[in-house]
Design a protein around this ligand. Structure first.
Ligand SMILES: [Zn+2]
Ligand SMILES: [Zn+2]
Length: 264
């Protein structure tokens, strides 16, 4: 039998893609996707139902413009809020989806488990939807995830900071740059340290590869949670030492250091 011509192959490819799409549509018809959080109702082209979406998304006008901490409505926070006014951050500002508590906290913790990447991606979509006007006016050149020490990364199927950064890069069509920041120094995973101890632990924890120059680059530094800001501050210092001109931090949630929360 003669081998298929290019035309036959194209027809087969169209047939194959059609069969895969029909199979997926049939699967969705038989088992409609439900909310990742409450599994309550069938959804179309979204991962969270409206009720859960509202629960994890804080109104942007009630978040500090500098550090994204929850503040009351109608407050001028251009120069910071009660949570950040005394802080000297190397980064310019923080954009978050909401406070690290209740449903958002639970969803992030689920997202950090071995098969939690879809939760993290879905939260990132909500973050983009919620803060899109600000992300669009920020003229950044590349998106950098906060790296983990290799011993910690070795055992992880996925890292939340990378999942968020990749999703942001793909949806905002910006360069994903995971290799320009490294973390050669291991720091405690969970800590009961005070904020000042935490800052000491993070000092010098990050570097850029030898010879790497970031002259004039405006970067989006991405992590899952920001609490004291010590991690993002230390990472930003390494980026600025390599020449970066401006660093904006994007996280899923802003923690305020409640007992039991993970300090970053
Ligand atoms: Zn739901
Ligand atoms: Zn603030």
């Amino acid at each position: 039998m003669a081998s298929p011509t290019l035309g036959d192959r194209q027809i087969w490819e169209v047939f194959r893609r059609g069969a895969v799409a029909a199979g997926a549509a049939g699967w969705d018809f038989l088992f409609p996707p439900s909310c990742l959080l409450c599994a309550a109702e069938p959804l179309v082209e979204t991962n969270f139902c409206d009720a859960c979406r509202q629960e994890v998304t804080a109104p942007v006008d009630q978040l500090c413009q500098r550090c994204s901490a929850p503040v009351g409505p109608n407050l001028n926070t251009q120069r910071g809020c009660v949570y950040c006014r005394e802080e000297r951050f190397a980064f310019r500002r923080v954009l978050a989806l909401g406070p690290y508590e209740s449903t958002l906290r639970r969803t992030i913790l689920t997202g950090k488990t071995a098969h939690g990447a879809p939760h993290i991606s879905a939260l990132t979509d909500m973050l983009i939807d919620s803060r899109l006007p600000e992300l669009l006016v920020e003229p950044f050149d590349a998106i950098v995830p906060v790296p983990h020490h290799w011993q910690r990364r070795f055992w992880q199927l996925h890292a939340a900071s990378e999942t968020v950064a990749e999703r942001l890069a793909s949806r905002l069509r910006r360069r994903y740059a995971p290799h320009i920041l490294r973390k050669p120094k291991a720091t405690p995973l969970q800590s009961s340290s005070t904020p000042s101890e935490r800052r000491k632990q993070q000092r010098g924890a990050f570097t850029t590869p030898e010879g790497c120059r970031l002259d004039g680059l405006r970067l989006l530094l991405v992590d899952d949670v920001l609490t004291t800001g010590a991690t993002a501050h230390a990472a930003t210092q390494a980026l600025i030492a390599a020449g970066a001109a401006d660093v904006l931090v994007v996280v899923l949630a802003r923690g305020l250091g409640h007992r039991g929360s993970k300090l970053h």
